[in-house]
Design a protein. Structure first.
Length: 114
């Protein structure tokens, strides 16, 4: 079992920044491939970014150049640094891992206003 807890969401103006955190427990964090997804109202959940156990990173085209995913294995935490935020980034953001099963956090709301 893996438990994931997101934090760091909030309300920000367009062009602003936020950093999301996802704390993991229940399994050796350094072995986990970690993903961030988001779901906007009325839309399907979509992939945002991923970081492998080795530190390789992957991004959706819509966030490339604006978002940065990173991990701190000493803190069992994955981060999503979001800059140049747009209203289209408004969504509930979830962290997820599929290592040894599929596990989701509860999500954190990000709202970007004009």
């Amino acid at each position: 079992q893996v438990q994931l807890v997101e934090s760091g969401g909030g309300l920000v103006q367009a062009g602003g920044s936020l950093r999301l955190s996802c704390a993991a427990s229940g399994r050796t964090f350094s072995s986990l491939h970690m993903n961030w997804f988001r779901q906007a109202p009325g839309k399907e959940r979509e992939f945002v970014a991923a970081v492998s156990w080795s530190g390789s990173t992957y991004y959706a085209d819509s966030v490339k150049g604006r978002f940065t995913i990173s991990r701190d294995n000493t803190k069992n935490t994955v981060y999503l640094q979001m800059t140049s935020l747009k209203p289209a980034d408004t969504a509930v953001y979830y962290c997820q891992t599929t290592t040894g099963g599929t596990y989701w956090g509860q999500g954190t709301q990000v709202t970007v206003s004009l």
